[in-house]
Design a binder for this molecule. Sequence first.
Ligand code: ZN
Length: 89
Amino acid sequence: MSEPMNYLDGNAAAGELSKIFAMDVTAAEGQCAHCGAKRRFAEAHLYVQCPGVVARCAVCERVLLRLVNARQRAFLDMRGMTYLRLDTA
Ligand SMILES: [Zn+2]
């Protein structure tokens, strides 16, 4: 038997990310800095059982993005992504 999923999909980050980005990041394509996979952010595995949210690559499970809100400040770490391509059309 497989392990039960303990993550949500990247769409669940839409609310938190909309506080920072004017555009919908979940529809954007990003490239994993670790394995090079190019996927829509919505396909990332989102972990919310932590102070903030952690998005992991759906292919290699390495961290793509971390977002923590603390003392009225948001800390955003996107080192796990080579790029995030937003459709401006
Ligand atoms: Zn990856």
